[in-house]
Design a protein around this ligand. Structure first.
Ligand SMILES: *Cc1c(COP(=O)(O)O)cnc(C)c1O
Length: 454
């Protein structure tokens, strides 16, 4: 399977090349040239597979790696999870299920993609003999998950930009207390969007990108989106037969990577009825899916910091599909949005494209953690709590739980008056923090990378 850019300005490339490049050279995002059709017979075959085996079958549809190598990478990616199911499904009541995606090394769903991506990078370095420098921007969880996916891997340095003081103290510790020599946490003033904008500027500097063999690990990397497709299938197979007819996946959303993966899985054949895009008070996507207007607002720090995002990078992939895979129209829409901070979807109708949206502000988050806990005894983290804002009563809801509640002890305590702890996080508190403060500017970032590579 080859991969093409959403902006149509560069040739199709192999899976390995798309993974290595991250962002396409024309500024677009890679997507499979065609989506495979996963039919009922295939679903039947996949139904009983364990997580790693399912992931291997799924990636075999896309990857250009020898099967034995793919198998080894996938198996090792899911060895550092703390439960044998990898993605356990919890039943809250007849209509409500929670898919727990926080059993990886950093206790957030991003481990699913980044443990795998670490293995893919290592394979690439072995193949080319060329070291790579990974550069990413994070609102908290991506950085931690990326760092833990690449920690100790040979031939990789990892530079992670994050907004200083705007990630949770425990998230910061996960990034800065690793003691690993190949890890460079870069604390910048401003918001995640500032970090992401600076990151894009560095990646658009082709000469620099080439010289330092820069690679992206943000949710723009297609391997991450594909890795996230897998657990939607896995979850579907764990639902009771009777609950499968009218399934809505409810996905706490920031950069639109997680929910896009589910939607793409549905385009391939996953029998999901709909997706609920659950935002916090940074609600650009809630507003888009309610009105068809995609319009920037200011970022307001919230209790669910990994969703404190206004520009959702993966939105471009969605646009490409709903614009009938018209790369020129996608490019024009993205350029228009970049210029005006606003884009209006022609002919939009709410509820279209299998998507609807919900929104939770900070007061809602606290209230939802409390009521979910009272009703079912379940403790949802502040991101997951957004998923409970507006469950469709006629549907089977599968709420994706994106982080372990122990990552956000203050909000949890204020909601349920109790503490939730994780032994892995407790250990981190005794370790020293190592971070580098730099401006969110292309020149400063490039200088830092240059001097670290000497
Ligand atoms: C990253 C993250 C999200 C948002 O996921 P997107 O793919 O950016 O939409 C939600 N919750 C948690 C805990 C996260 O780390």
């Amino acid at each position: 399977m080859n991969f093409i850019s959403t902006r149509g300005g560069c040739p199709a490339v192999s899976f390995s090349d798309a993974v290595a490049q991250g962002l396409a050279p024309d500024g677009g995002l890679y997507l499979p040239e065609t989506l495979p059709a996963i039919d009922a017979a295939t679903l039947k075959k996949w139904e009983k597979l364990d997580y790693a085996a399912l992931c291997e079958e799924f990636f075999a549809l896309f990857a250009d790696l020898p099967r034995a190598q793919l198998s080894a990478i996938v198996k090792s990616a899911y060895t550092r999870f703390d439960v044998p199911e990898i993605a356990p499904m919890k039943k809250l009541d007849e209509k409500t299920f929670v898919l727990e995606l926080f059993h990886g090394p950093t206790l957030a769903f991003k481990d699913f993609a980044l443990q795998l991506l670490g293995g893919l990078y290592e394979a690439q370095i072995k193949r080319t003999g060329r070291a790579i420098n990974v550069l990413g921007a994070t609102s908290g969880d991506t950085g931690a998950a990326a760092i833990h996916g690449l920690l100790g891997r040979e031939g990789v340095r990892i530079f992670i930009l994050y907004p200083d003081g705007r990630v949770s103290p425990l998230q910061e510790r996960q990034m800065t207390c690793t003691g690993a020599a190949n890890v460079y946490p870069l604390a910048i003033p401003g918001t995640f969007d500032d970090a992401q904008a600076a990151l894009k500027d560095v990646f658009n500097d082709r000469a620099f990108k080439g010289q330092f063999n820069l690679s992206a690990i943000n949710s723009i990397n297609i391997a991450r989106v594909l890795a996230q497709c897998v657990y939607y299938f896995f979850a579907y197979f764990r639902l009771p037969e009777a609950a499968r007819a009218n399934v809505e996946f409810v996905v706490p959303t920031g950069n639109f990577g997680n929910v896009l993966a589910g939607w793409m899985a549905a385009r391939m054949g996953l029998p999901a009825k709909s997706f609920c895009v659950a935002t916090n008070q940074n609600d650009i996507l809630f507003r888009f899916f309610s009105t068809g207007v995609y319009e920037l607002g200011p970022v307001k720090p919230s209790h669910a910091p990994s969703m404190d995002i206004q520009v959702a990078s993966n939105f471009e992939r969605f646009l490409y599909y709903v614009m009938q895979e018209d790369a020129a129209a996608t490019k024009a829409a993205m350029e228009d949005f970049k210029k005006h901070g606003r884009f209006v979807m022609p002919g939009f109708k709410a509820g279209e494209y299998q998507f609807r949206a919900s929104r939770a502000d900070d007061a809602d988050i606290v209230r939802l953690i409390k009521t979910v806990h009272e009703k079912s005894g379940y403790v949802a983290d502040p991101h997951t709590a957004c998923g409970f804002a507006d469950l469709g009563p006629a549907k089977t809801s599968v709420v994706l739980s994106t982080a372990h509640p122990a990552k956000f002890p203050d909000v949890i305590a204020s909601a349920i008056g109790d503490e939730v702890k994780s032994p892995a996080l407790e250990k981190l508190k005794a370790l020293p923090i190592v971070k580098h403060k730099i401006p969110a500017e292309k020149a400063a970032i490039e200088d830092f990378i240059r001097s670290s590579c000497r």
